[in-house]
Design a protein around this ligand. Structure first.
Ligand code: ATP
Ligand code: MG
Length: 389
């Protein structure tokens, strides 16, 4: 018996003329997600993708990974058999044995895409249902709320049997919306922001600012772990790191304390932008959420954006912390995010930050610094590494 994974794409089906390139992208992303689990091949037909093992493969792990590939609305493990009723019966009884033993009620759902198949869908349902009732006498049929839906699909390449389908990760395939650079801290929000943009098809690079000796090596290792956890969904991420100490010390020494965070954020945006342009990123991404902290009020965002010449995507802008935490737990970054290592943002935190700063006042404070020189120096410290699964 041959097992495979059947995959339904979601929004891609709506993409009209671009459908093919979306599909090709998704196939590539799926294959790349499972490539270390054994040899797989993939094909698509009749709005379904077939992910097939071509040798010994870890199917449990493959199904897990497929569940995290964006663009997929539903997927299921299935058994393939010959398109004749005897073979369908035998495969159903064998492949779905454990699932059928686990429930008391079931229903058969037949989809006959191959109209040459001699039985109609209703006939298939009745006949296969009857056979399973004989084989599994503890079962009864419940057409309204069955515990298990036994699905038989008769398609071009063969017949397929499966139980419950699982919900896919949704969204559109990573890589189909261009590339953007995520400003990643060690906190809860920025990994969630990256995840959300990847869900809309954006492939990611990331930049992290660190301030040794105020921030430790462990804090940077934490950021690398977060980025690695994100790659399950986003694919490989090129992570840039920038030494930010000198900038922070200059701000501390020369500027009014109430503007520290804001000026620091403007430096981050300027540097991120320079890095983004070097590597074909079209936008920046941050984990900011309106009103969450002093630097995320509307007037503060105006001051931050004043130095940005490219779009800043802020997918969390309208979300509550609770909703952000829920996603963070679901994608598996929460535990790492809440490890207690310091971030450069918490190093020189003002006691009374301005919540309604004016751009003119910020600019005046900033004029006390050799801005361009500091930026060039910081850029000369950049290191990068490719983070993969
Ligand atoms: P997070 O949970 O992502 O740390 P936060 O609520 O703590 O966010 P801030 O510390 O004000 O918020 O940072 C706002 C955003 O600025 C972050 O979501 C992130 O995109 C970016 N950012 C903050 N610190 C850094 C850093 N050290 N390196 C890169 N980006 C950063
Ligand atoms: Mg933070």
């Amino acid at each position: 018996m041959k097992e495979l994974i059947l995959i339904k794409s979601g929004e891609i089906a709506l993409k009209g003329l671009n459908k093919n390139s979306f599909e090709e992208r998704m196939k590539k992303n799926i294959l790349s997600a499972v490539k270390d689990l054994g040899p797989f091949s993939i094909k698509s037909a009749q709005s379904t993708m077939y992910l097939m093992p071509e040798g010994a493969c870890d199917m449990d792990e493959a199904a897990e990974r497929v569940g995290k590939v964006f663009g997929i609305s539903a997927y299921t493990r299935a058994a393939e058999c010959e398109k004749d009723f005897e073979s369908i019966k035998a495969t159903a009884a064998e492949y779905l044995h454990d699932q059928l033993m686990d429930v008391k009620t079931f229903k058969v759902n037949a989809k006959r895409a191959d109209k040459k198949f001699p039985m109609t869908s209703p006939e298939l349902c009745v006949e296969l249902g009857g056979f399973l009732l004989e084989q599994f006498p503890h079962l009864s049929v419940d057409v309204h709320e069955p515990e298990l839906n036994v699905v038989v699909e008769v398609r071009d390449f063969g017949a397929y049997l499966h139980g419950k389908s699982l919900r896919g990760a949704g969204g559109i395939p990573v890589g189909s919306s261009g590339k953007a650079m995520l400003l990643i801290s060690g906190g809860i929000d920025s990994p969630v922001a990256g995840y959300m943009m990847a869900k809309r098809g954006v492939s990611l690079s990331a930049v992290h600012f660190m301030s040794p000796p105020y921030t430790s090596e462990r804090a940077f290792l934490k950021v690398q772990s977060l980025a690695r956890q994100m790659t399950d969904y986003t694919g490989p991420i090129k992570l840039y790191s920038v030494q930010f100490t000198e900038i922070q010390e200059a701000i501390r020494d020369r500027c009014e304390e109430e503007y520290f965070t804001l000026i620091m954020r403007r430096f981050m945006m300027r540097i991120a932008q320079r890095l983004a342009r070097r590597s074909e990123n079209l936008a920046l991404i941050t984990g900011e959420s309106l009103g969450q902290v002093a630097s995320q009020t509307m007037p503060a965002l105006v001051c931050t954006d004043a130095v940005c010449r490219m779009p800043v995507l802020r997918p969390l802008i309208g979300m509550d912390k609770e909703e952000i935490v829920r996603i963070s737990r679901a994608i598996g970054t929460f535990e790492t995010s809440t490890l207690p290592y310091e971030d450069c943002c918490t190093v020189f935190t003002p006691k009374h930050p301005r919540t309604r700063p004016s751009p003119a006042a910020v600019e005046k404070e900033e004029a006390k610094l050799p801005v361009d020189e500091l930026i060039e120096k910081a850029l000369s410290t950049v290191e990068s590494r490719l983070i993969t699964h």
